[in-house]
Design a protein around this ligand. Structure first.
Ligand code: IFM
Length: 438
């Protein structure tokens, strides 16, 4: 077969994504660090420890990202480093973030910066964190200080990472560090405060850098009714419908400015349209139904990634992009990846998911960039070190790095702004009929 190629736009952003607690190491002053020290909280007793040692030497991995041909990187700031005690701001920590951001620019990568990515200062948790209204003032103050100190080096902002995942894992499931108050009773209040924190940060950014795009990284899951044979179709349809509130509630709130019952009511000042792009974190699909209780899983012939993290379902990326067109804004894939220590699935995962983006840009849909999760293996929250998302493999003990084949593949894609049949032949020949039919 003659060589065939899928081309991406010249200004497409090719990046990877990371977050502070997962890569920096020694974040001793946040709630995750404390939680990790307790027995039974993290799978196989994992601890973030030195993580990827970014606080000491992020530059080493930024060299790898540059070698990978990345022209963008998404990272987060650690609130507990920047404001270790209420209203005490640490200039040395801000200085270190300036170095890291400058290091990105020096290597030709534009930074997308997240203000909140799951971890909290211990002092904030002691005060009741997102269940108490004062958090909005605290978050505004933190955001203002950060934007004043670092804004000249930031290309794009994410106020909050995966707000709904955060609420479910922390306030309902108990998978994340236990807050003072938990359960459904507190959820409407927490969501209200999170939305107001988002607005406060969005306004802080816009007041100082009106041109800097800001938004939220929203985890979108494809929820579908469980296939026939697994219970009543109507019940499965309702289960999927209700589950999709996880996707829609937050996005609709930001779009319309209105809160919907049962999680609130009325218009929230400043919320309507408070995002300049749609940030999509896409990982998987779930089949939903009500059995004795609510259930969601995957199909019998699904390709499932390490530790039963989820089904590999590239089509879903196209679907969530399509659904997001309704907001009429640029779209960034702010995360997409797969836990796969052996790199058994990742090359095909990359090719098949990027093909869905190529389909979208071929329709002239405004998908502007892709941030693969993640550059390097890092501390995967309650699953510790058991799940490896890196294009580069890390041994957290020895701190040795090793390129995975998928990292080499991603480098070829980023450098050429394209996917060729030759790449597919070499990295995932089984995909040829799907990627390059005929
Ligand atoms: O590691 C996480 C990240 O912090 C948020 N999104 C999903 C990733 C993989 O689980």
């Amino acid at each position: 077969m003659a060589q065939a190629t899928m081309y991406f736009p010249d200004d497409f952003l090719w990046g990877t994504a990371t977050s502070s607690h997962q890569v920096e190491g020694n974040n001793e002053n946040n709630d995750w660090w404390q939680w990790e020290q307790q027995e039974g909280t993290i799978l196989e007793g994992g601890r973030s420890g030195r993580a990827c040692n970014w606080w000491e030497n992020a530059e080493a991995d930024l060299d790898l990202a540059a070698e990978m041909g990345n022209n963008a990187h998404r990272l987060s700031l650690e609130w507990s480093r920047i404001e270790p005690e209420p209203s005490v701001f640490d200039d040395a920590a801000l200085g270190r973030y300036r170095e890291i951001l400058q290091a990105l620019h020096d290597r030709g990568m534009q930074p997308m910066v997240t203000l909140h990515h799951f971890s909290n200062p211990v002092w904030l948790v002691e005060k009741g964190d997102f269940s108490v209204e004062i958090v909005v003032d605290y978050f505004r103050r933190y955001a203002e200080h950060v934007v004043d100190s670092l804004g000249d080096l930031v290309a794009q902002w994410v106020t909050i990472n995966e707000p709904m995942v955060y609420v479910v894992a922390r306030y309902l499931e108990g998978a994340f560090p236990a807050p003072k108050q938990r359960g459904w009773g507190v959820v409407p209040r927490v969501l209200n405060h999170l939305l107001r924190c988002h607005v406060a940060a969005y306004e802080a950014i816009k007041a100082r850098y009106p041109q800097a795009p800001a938004g939220v990284a929203k985890n979108l899951i494809v929820f579908q009714p469980a296939p026939p044979g697994r219970g009543s179709p109507l019940n499965a349809w309702w289960a999927a419908r209700i589950s999709s509130l996880f996707n829609d509630w937050w996005m609709e709130a930001m779009h319309t400015g209105r809160l919907r019952r049962p999680l609130g009511s009325g218009q929230l000042r400043g919320l309507q349209g408070s995002f300049d792009f749609v940030g999509i974190n896409y990982y998987t699909r779930r089949y939903c139904r009500f059995g004795k209780l609510y259930e969601s899983d995957w199909g019998e012939d699904a390709i499932v990634s390490d530790g039963n993290y989820g089904e590999v379902y590239p089509d879903g990326l196209f679907q969530v992009i399509k659904q997001s067109l309704r907001y009429g804004k640029p779209i960034y894939i702010t995360e997409n990846g797969v836990p796969d220590a052996a790199d058994r699935l990742r090359p095909a995962f990359l090719l098949s998911h990027l093909r869905e983006i190529w389909r979208a840009v071929s329709f002239n849909w405004p998908v502007m960039g892709y941030y693969h999760w993640s550059l390097i293996d890092n501390f995967e929250w309650e699953r510790g070190w058991t799940q490896r998302f890196g294009l580069v493999e890390l041994d957290p003990e020895s701190q040795q790095r090793r390129w995975r084949p998928s990292g080499r593949l991603y480098a070829e894609i980023c450098k050429s702004f394209s996917i060729s049949s030759d790449m597919a032949e070499r990295y995932a020949p089984e995909l040829m009929p799907v990627l390059f039919p005929g």
